[in-house]
Design a protein around this ligand. Structure first.
Ligand code: PLP
Length: 432
């Protein structure tokens, strides 16, 4: 077995010291199984973070589907192939009827790139609205709209931002309806500014979980009203489902359904192939036809038969193992247990989430609600050391991000909550 310490040194030598690694003590995983990662140290780590292995690490049905198709044929989307067509049929059937046409790629970044090309091509506009702490991918165009990492000076004038609704920290005392209105007016204001600057709106692009924004509780009515403003200005709504898609919220297959606003274009990736690089765009037929007449799109690897076989197996497992229903039940249980923990730990300012996408907002004190990134960092590392993997998100870096593979059970939830309780009580955690 390769020694973890020497592997880290080799990695730094060949990938550089800046290549990101999770945790102060990086995890050297050698095997995955359901909700578990098995470490080189022989320990089983409970994975409460990874949404890519959506139906579980190395799910045998997905592995078998990939192997079967790889043994038979792997080409690309320029040949007639039944697996590709069947997958596109099965995938589009999960959407509202007018979201009926699919295009495939290899990553969420590519899917968002393609969506922007479609939106700009079809509207004739270039303006893009995103939230003020967004992440949409790693390509040059996507990094520009990933405002969590790209400062305003590095964005072109066609990129405008609006605040993601944050009912927890908003102190105006307004009710949800008034808040939703006010945040929607911010979207309208940015559209008006674009118009004043002579830039026509192409699209509003949001992650339907507002994941990098810190997973704020969604405000009923906000998205519908914002999209009305977008459509009135001739723009399109692109729902980035890379995080929320494929039933993460339990109550629905797509995050936009829980936001109450229907998109013109949907992008997806991460969980789509359970780790196999599969991503895509699903959009209104007329948009894709319009785009196809004026532009060309081909992706060598995107949507190849092996990827589509993986995608089909993911859809089969989601249905056969009733994983949406399961995520809803376990998620409700876990939020309840975390809220009980809130009674014992002052640092927990807020617990929020839907299905198996949950945020625990750690604060300096509950009155000021000031984010406490220091504690969040220590908690994440201390949890890892105790065998439970979670992450952090949000502009303050203080929101514990819990987003496990979908088969995560009630017993797994108990282990997570117990470990978090131990970690928050550990005096070392607050002392050093
Ligand atoms: C909301 C969202 N969109 C797009 C992406 C980019 O996806 P990928 O890393 O597959 O290119 C990510 C990745 O984290 C994401 O969270």
């Amino acid at each position: 077995m390769v020694n973890s310490r020497s592997l880290l040194q080799r990695r730094i030598r060949v990938l550089g010291a800046q290549a990101p690694l999770f945790y102060d003590t990086p995890l050297h995983a050698i095997r995955g199984e359901g909700v578990w990662l098995i470490g080189a140290d022989g320990r089983r780590y409970l994975d409460a973070y990874n949404n890519v292995p959506h139906v579980g690490h190395c799910h045998p049905r997905v592995v078998e589907a990939i192997c079967r198709q790889a043994r038979m044929l792997n080409t690309h989307t320029r040949y007639l192939d039944e697996t590709i067509v069947r997958y596109a049929e099965r995938l589009t059937a999960t959407f509202n009827p007018d979201l009926s046409t699919a295009m495939f790629c290899c990553s969420g970044s590519e899917a968002n790139e393609l969506a922007l090309r479609i939106a700009r091509g079809c509207t004739g506009g270039s303006g893009i609205l995103v939230t003020d702490y967004s992440y949409h991918g790693n390509t040059a165009a996507m990094f520009e709209v990933s405002t969590a990492y790209t400062p305003p000076a590095e964005r072109s004038t066609s990129i405008r931002t609006f605040p993601a609704p944050d009912p927890y920290r908003d102190r105006t005392g307004e009710d949800d309806t008034a808040l939703a209105r006010r945040y929607a007016r911010e979207v309208k204001k940015q559209i008006e500014k674009l118009t004043t600057d002579g830039v026509k709106l192409a699209a509003l692009l949001v992650c339907t979980a507002f994941s990098s924004e810190g997973l704020p509780r969604s405000l009923p009515g906000f998205m519908a009203e914002a999209i009305e403003h977008v459509h009135s200005a001739g723009g399109l709504f692109i729902a980035d489902e890379v995080q929320a898609g494929f039933g993460r919220f339990g109550e629905c297959m797509w995050g936009y359904e829980s936001l109450g606003a229907t998109p013109d274009i949907v992008t997806m990736g991460k969980p789509m192939g359970n780790g196999h690089p599969l991503a895509g765009v699903v959009a209104k037929r007329e948009l894709i036809e319009n785009f196809g007449r004026r532009s060309m799109y081909f992706n060598t690897f995107g949507g190849n038969p092996v990827s589509c076989a993986a995608g089909l197996a993911v859809l089969d497992v989601l249905a056969d193992e009733r994983l949406l229903e399961h995520a809803q039940q376990v998620g409700t249980y876990l939020v309840g247990a975390l809220r009980k923990l809130q009674d014992r730990h002052e640092a927990i300012g807020d617990v929020r989430g839907k299905g198996l996408f949950i945020g625990v907002d750690l604060v300096v004190d509950r009155r000021t609600k000031a984010p406490c990134e220091e504690i969040a960092k220590r908690v994440v590392n201390a949890m890892r050391d105790r065998g439970v993997l979670i992450g952090r998100t949000g502009p303050g870096g203080n929101v514990l991000k819990i987003r496990p593979p979908m088969p995560f059970s009630q017993g797994n939830a108990d282990q997570l909550v117990q470990t978090l309780n131990d970690v928050l009580f550990n005096p070392r955690l607050s002392a050093d």
